[in-house]
Design a protein around this ligand. Sequence first.
Ligand SMILES: C[S@@+](CC[C@H](N)C(=O)[O-])C[C@H]1O[C@@H](n2cnc3c(N)ncnc32)[C@H](O)[C@@H]1O
Length: 219
Amino acid sequence: MKAKNPWLDLPLDIYINHMGHSQVLQYQAINGIMQMQAEFAEKNKVNKIAILGITDGNGLQHFSKRPCFQSILALDINPKYLIVCEKTYGSVLNSLHIKSCDLTLCENAIEILSGSDMVIANLVLEHVGIAAFLKVIAGIKENLNFLSLTIQQNNCNGGNVSKSGYENAFDSVGDDMHLIDPSDLTGSLKNMGYMKSKQTLKELPNDKRFLTMDFIKSI
Ligand SMILES: C[S@@+](CC[C@H](N)C(=O)[O-])C[C@H]1O[C@@H](n2cnc3c(N)ncnc32)[C@H](O)[C@@H]1O
């Protein structure tokens, strides 16, 4: 039997307190990245966006300012996070739909995500794994022309989870986290027809940084 996903046991307030802590600042960084992703989507006239591992919807306010999107699918394995996401953004973002799904159950995820023309995945690949993620992307096919992906990079051996006073609550999700090699990711996506159009680095405390890469399908 498959082990229970550790994200199902991580309370949302602990996640937010940790990510937003002054020694971590990742919550604030992701909010800024979501703003860039909303601009990228608007510029490319994207209609149907799927955001994988959305947690509480941090950054969705940048999408609510742009009424051009036909649908925004917010997906996460933890249904409790999604309830908060819908409560916070449902009234300002008519196009928002939430869906609880385990991305490693690829066939189910592909069915849910079919019809999306853009996929956003910030800090999710580290938990889902590159193989499952690529399988889902390959399965969506058809209209999926845009990807925007953020991965974490550590510049030294400080561990994957920064110190905030809450870090012990992340032991299980941290054990399950595997850093993604950007060359592996870009190489595999290139083979599937997705060419990198832009990349942005956001420096963070503790010698960490977020690398965001945008891809456009070329064939
Ligand atoms: C590090 S958080 C990233 C949250 C948000 N994207 C951000 O950047 O602030 C990872 C999220 O992915 C979700 N997640 C982890 N494994 C998953 C899986 N197998 N399927 C779907 N969601 C998953 C977790 O529940 C969590 O909300």
